[in-house]
Ligand binder design. Structure first.
Ligand SMILES: Cc1ncc(C[n+]2csc(CCOP(=O)(O)OP(=O)(O)O)c2C)c(N)n1
Ligand SMILES: [Mg+2]
Length: 490
């Protein structure tokens, strides 16, 4: 796979930072060994952490699944408590979205003293608030509603078709489907510009589709064919498109988070240091709840907040990491709370409701674009199928599955569109038909496409494709025809 030239590899970031004197929030003490920090500054930062921890503790929300945490009042910037409207059985659907207005670049000492009074707790019931402000009482136009519907139906139908083709033996290896989680991909990605970056996981087909990659090239990639978006070299877990600024699916969990942080750093560097005014790309990194227990997540939250990077960390909390319940695997199941701990807003949103996701996404994207820094968004969602197509999905409680199935995000959007007369059933059916035809064509295209040549096997595997060395005949081993036939002795 190719990586865009403009994006620095994360390992280059540190030397780069040292050459950025004008960069906000870089303090010289950052580059000094801990022993050179005075006891006074250590003590001040310790006190401030304690104060911040106290604030964070006060901003808990009800997590219906755990029954451990009861809703407590939020604090506003002027320290007045914000009270909850009736807490929903679904986490986070009843609260007000509030971002930290801590956007001015302050010297470190002022940041430390100010940090004890800032509000970083947020929530997601911006929908009700927005309704009050608009005359139409609607959150979307007809055009937007149909775009959301089409994208979600495309995602769902693509995955169903993919399952069929997998069981017919058309693709190999692990294939992870996104059924049930469409509101997250659609809610965020349909608001992005083409130049914005998306970083995915191994559950990546639908992110690619939402970002505009043609379905036929995603399907062909799954078949391992030469016409796939990575010429058949990536497969299901490695969707990548330079053209669409889709920076990859990743098989290792958490692997995409530093890549996304690097992309966001690159945009900020180009804009603020190289003075490229057009470099206002926002990066959206998607990853799961299980991944949030991985160290790379914390390291990147820290860097993103420290340098106010234009990035949104989107947690697709589907409550499971393969067969491990989220509630058993993490010390605090409310992932959004980790945002405030690092000095960025943390938002929880109902990830089965595309309109709510979209409202939160809008605000976080605009905030990043304005240069106000990162946001952590936890979307509570659910996968309707097993972890991968190799998983018979016998471990999860049928009652839990039924509960989330009744909240199918596509059914909910359909209902909203029909009830609000944005479109009639006939119009929606014609979109369904269009997608059906598109997917039939995608499968035909993938079936008819050629396999990649064997010589492609070595491409992008070694930095030096001739890395197998020189054979006894004095020629590069990889040039021996037997090599690409897989029969050479090396
Ligand atoms: C670094 C690493 N460790 C372990 C694994 C094995 N693994 C594959 S998927 C997975 C669970 C991830 O769960 P989550 O982040 O919640 O994503 P979901 O599958 O639910 O979308 C694990 C542990 C891996 N792929 N990479
Ligand atoms: Mg998960």
């Amino acid at each position: 796979m190719h990586t865009p030239n403009t994006i620095p590899h994360p390992c280059f970031l540190r030397p780069l930072f040292t050459s950025l004197p004008s960069f906000p929030y870089i303090h010289s003490s950052l580059f000094l060994p801990p022993s050179s920090l005075s006891f006074h500054s250590f003590f001040t930062s310790f006190l401030s952490s304690v104060a911040e921890a106290a604030i964070t503790i006060t901003i808990t929300m009800s997590f219906s699944a755990t029954k451990l945490v009861h809703p407590l009042p939020l604090r506003s910037t002027d320290n007045k408590p914000l009270s909850f409207t009736s807490p929903s059985s679904f986490l986070g659907s009843n609260h007000k979205l509030r971002f930290n207005a801590f956007s001015k670049v302050l010297p470190l000492s002022q940041r430390l003293s100010a940090s004890s009074s800032r509000v970083v707790a947020v929530s997601s019931d911006v929908v009700k608030e927005k309704k009050l402000k608009t005359n139409s009482n609607l959150l979307i136009t007809k055009e937007e509603g149909l775009d959301l519907y089409e994208d979600m139906v495309l995602g769902r139908s693509f995955e169903d078709m993919c399952a069929q083709m997998y069981y017919r033996g058309k693709m190999f290896g692990f294939v992870h489907l996104y059924n049930g989680q469409e509101a997250v991909s659609t809610g965020f990605i349909r608001l992005l510009k083409k130049e914005d970056y998306v970083v995915s996981t191994y559950r990546d087909h639908v992110h690619a589709l939402s970002k505009g990659v043609p379905a036929r090239n995603v399907m062909s990639e799954l078949y391992g064919k030469a016409t796939g978006i990575c010429r058949g070299q990536g497969g299901s877990m490695h969707m990548f498109s330079k053209e669409h600024n889709l920076l990859g699916g990743f098989a290792f969990i958490g692997e995409g988070i530093p890549v996304a942080t690097g992309a966001a750093f690159s945009s900020k560097y180009r804009r603020e240091v190289l003075k490229e005014l057009g470099a206002d790309q926002v990066t959206v990194a998607f990853f799961g709840d299980g991944t949030c227990n991985n160290g790379q997540f914390f390291e990147c939250l820290n860097m993103a907040a420290l340098w106010k990077l234009p990035i949104i960390f989107v947690v697709e909390n589907n409550l499971w990491a393969i067969g491990m319940s989220h509630l058993r695997a993490t010390s605090d199941p409310q992932i959004w709370k980790k945002g405030p701990a690092f000095g960025m807003p943390g938002v929880h949103v109902d990830g089965m409701d595309v309109l709510k996701v979209r409202e939160v996404a809008k605000e976080a994207i605009e905030r990043a674009r304005r240069g106000e820094g990162p946001t952590l968004v936890e979307c509570e969602t659910y996968r309707f199928r097993g972890h991968s197509l190799a998983d018979p999905d016998e471990l999860r409680d049928p009652a839990e599955k039924a509960k989330y199935a009744s909240r199918d995000p596509i059914t909910a959007l359909t209902k909203y569109i029909i009830e609000n007369k944005l479109a009639n059933e006939q119009e929606l059916k014609s979109i369904d038909k269009k997608i059906e035809e598109l997917l039939d064509e995608a499968v035909e295209f993938a079936d008819a496409s050629p396999q990649p040549p064997r010589s492609q096997l070595l491409e992008n595997v070694f930095a030096d494709p001739k890395g197998f060395g020189i054979g006894p005949d004095g020629k590069y081993r990889c040039e021996d025809p037997k090599f690409t036939q897989g029969t050479a002795h090396v």
